[in-house]
Design a protein around this ligand. Structure first.
Ligand code: FPP
Length: 242
């Protein structure tokens, strides 16, 4: 399959991906889970590459959930190292391709080394605008909404915001994703049919695409299939067809 089957006028602006299946992929080879996470990096690079080629403007990847902190320490540490080293290694490529890196999530929980490397990537790419690559790390949608609620309540208490003025825009401005559009297309690999606390507010009108492929096996054809699937959907946003 090639890009010819894609309608260039109907490219989703914001694609979000739940990258699931690394552990099961590793088990198939009798290897430790980390082998799967490490191999998942190729699929990350391929997804970024296709996003650039198709003209997708925002790509958000679920790299580490708030709940993932409950995994064994060894796996958490290896993921934290992988995130830091991958971002550090990719900075030249991000710059070359005009990609702006953003991190969404509770970064206060990250080990110092990981935090430093990630934010080096963020600051080195802050002037770019071809693609916003957001990595959701230590991210949970419920925690994001609790945080926003606390911030808004504090502003109400200080008379900066009045209760009557609270609307979708005010909520959006207090989310980690304040610089991003609503998600158009959400892809989940790994065969599970759930959302796992990912961008619950932002996906309200997203098209959902669940794929039965383990993340390290996710290739260009899977991404293109998801886009073709998306382009065939009838997005009505609660209205009726004209
Ligand atoms: C879910 O699979 C995957 C993760 C928790 C980690 C995903 C992270 C990466 C692919 C690295 C990303 C790196 C960058 C720089 C973006 P799982 O472990 O839950 O798999 P399972 O469901 O088969 O057990």
């Amino acid at each position: 399959m090639d890009n010819d089957t894609i309608n260039p006028l109907l490219i989703p602006k914001h694609v979000a991906i739940i990258m699931d299946g690394n552990g099961r992929w590793a088990r198939k080879f009798n290897k430790e889970r980390f082998f799967g996470h490490n191999s998942g990096i190729n699929a990350v690079k391929e997804s970024i590459d296709i996003s650039l080629k198709l003209g997708i403007k925002q790509l958000t990847l679920y790299a580490f959930s708030n709940e993932n902190w409950n995994r064994p320490k060894k796996e958490v540490n290896s993921l934290m190292n992988l995130l830091a080293t991958s971002v550090e290694k990719e900075i030249p490529n991000l710059k070359k391709n005009k990609i702006k890196l953003e991190i969404i999530g509770d970064t206060s929980k990250l080990p110092e080394k990981t935090k430093v490397k990630l934010f080096e990537g963020v600051s080195e790419t802050s002037g770019n605008n071809k693609l916003i690559l957001s990595l959701a790390i230590s991210y949970g949608a419920r925690q994001e909404l609790i945080r926003a609620t606390k911030q808004i309540s504090t502003k109400v208490k200080k008379n900066i915001i009045s209760v009557e003025n609270i609307d979708e825009n005010i909520i959006n401005e207090h989310l980690y994703t304040r610089n991003l559009k609503n998600v158009d297309l959400l892809i989940r690999t790994g065969g599970e049919l759930r959302l796992s606390n990912f961008l619950l507010w932002q996906i309200s009108y997203a098209e959902l695409c669940f794929q039965n492929v383990l993340w390290p096996d996710f290739k260009k054809e899977h991404f293109l299939n998801a886009i073709i699937d998306y382009q065939a959907r009838n997005r009505r946003f609660g209205k009726i067809n004209k």
